[in-house]
Design a protein around this ligand. Structure first.
Ligand code: ADP
Length: 333
């Protein structure tokens, strides 16, 4: 019986880690955010102080964690990684903050999912590097102030709009990451292919780039699947191999995955093209509303397949065309 190594998942993650660029210069694309961050880091470096707090927003896989690591690396400071869902009580955050060393970079992924009580503690910590710890209950309760080492918070969120204003306002800089164009993704793929030792002709790189949903993480993942495919089938990594491998993994010719197509399909075939509410749509495809909203929809909106209207989500004629479904308006004519 063939055995799957328990380390398989871990080594996939290790590869993803190894493919991360460690300097701003190696970070592909996003010229605006890159130069804004460069200025922020240069200024902090000249004044020998921790950089201002940084908020990074954008869909998953566009490089938020990578940028946090780069901020720490380029300013020569240690990095601590945490996430909103891991901070369910103010006490979790107090423990984290009070253990930071001076100048440390604290990355909080999905910062919008932190507990409300922790959020309030974070306001003061970000502003004054101080927290108040509540001791006791009721009339006898007192708060003990605790000074913190100065730190740089890098928060990541899939949508900056999900953050309460007081928290958003305390970041000195907000960078919005956009989907990558195929030329930039091709550069990501070339770099990764070199590192993984996969010989990939330019057409094959271009094809993976075109089908990566504007997302470096997906580009790297598809590249690894193509690498597996050519390894197992002992054939060159040409255009045919790329097409066959991506078909096997349900990535369609424009890069939509199964969930993207399920959402479009439900919208068009079950709800007559909309408008339909987000939660209804999410239930129809058996997914969390947040996933549909922050992972699926932004890309479908970006390629002009889905519209968000005050009355709900609607499918565009381009979506009908892609699914090969007759468009209702056309059918009526
Ligand atoms: P996020 O935190 O936004 O979900 P990550 O920073 O984890 O995304 O990036 C996912 C993967 O994509 C990483 O392995 C990284 O190597 C790669 N990646 C992301 N952005 C870039 C980029 N601009 N250049 C090169 N590789 C990138």
């Amino acid at each position: 019986r063939p055995e799957v190594s328990p380390d398989a998942q871990e080594s996939e993650l290790a590869i993803e880690g190894a493919l991360r660029p460690t300097s701003l210069a190696d970070f592909v694309g996003q010229p605006k955010v890159r130069s804004q961050l460069q200025l922020l880091l240069d200024a902090a470096g000249m004044q020998q102080r921790p950089a201002d707090h940084i908020l990074l927003s954008g869909p998953p896989g566009l490089g938020k964690t990578t940028l946090a690591m780069i901020v720490a690396h380029e300013s020569g400071r240690p990095l601590r990684l945490s996430s909103g869902p891991a901070i369910q009580h103010a006490g979790d955050l107090a423990a984290l903050l009070s253990s930071l060393t001076p100048g440390e970079v604290l990355f909080i992924d999905e910062v919008h999912r932190m507990a409300r009580s922790a959020e309030e503690m974070l306001y003061l910590a970000m502003e004054d590097f101080r927290i108040d710890i509540m001791v006791g209950k009721g009339a006898g309760a007192t708060s003990i102030p605790l000074d913190l080492a100065p730190f740089t918070l890098v928060g990541a969120t899939t949508r900056a709009g999900l953050l309460p204003n007081p928290l958003r306002d305390r970041f000195g800089f907000t960078g919005h990451l956009e989907y990558y164009d195929p030329a930039d993704l091709e550069r990501v793929i070339s770099r990764s292919a070199d590192m993984l030792g996969v010989a990939l002709p330019p057409v094959a790189r271009g094809e993976i780039a075109r089908r990566s949903r504007g997302t470096p993480r997906i580009a790297n993942r598809l590249l690894r699947r193509v690498r597996d495919f050519v390894l197992v089938h002992d054939r060159p990594a040409d255009l045919d191999a790329v097409s066959a491998a991506l078909e096997l993994y349900d990535v369609d010719e424009i890069g939509l995955d199964r969930l993207d197509r399920a959402v479009l399909d439900a919208l068009v075939r079950r709800f007559g093209g909309g408008p339909v509410g987000l939660s209804t749509l999410a239930v129809a495809v058996g997914e969390e509303a947040e996933t549909v909203e922050s992972v699926v929809e932004p890309y479908l909106v970006r390629i002009g397949f889905l519209g968000r209207t005050p009355r709900g989500r609607i499918a565009t004629p381009a979506a009908y065309a892609h699914l090969g479904a007759p468009h209702a308006e056309n059918a009526l004519r």
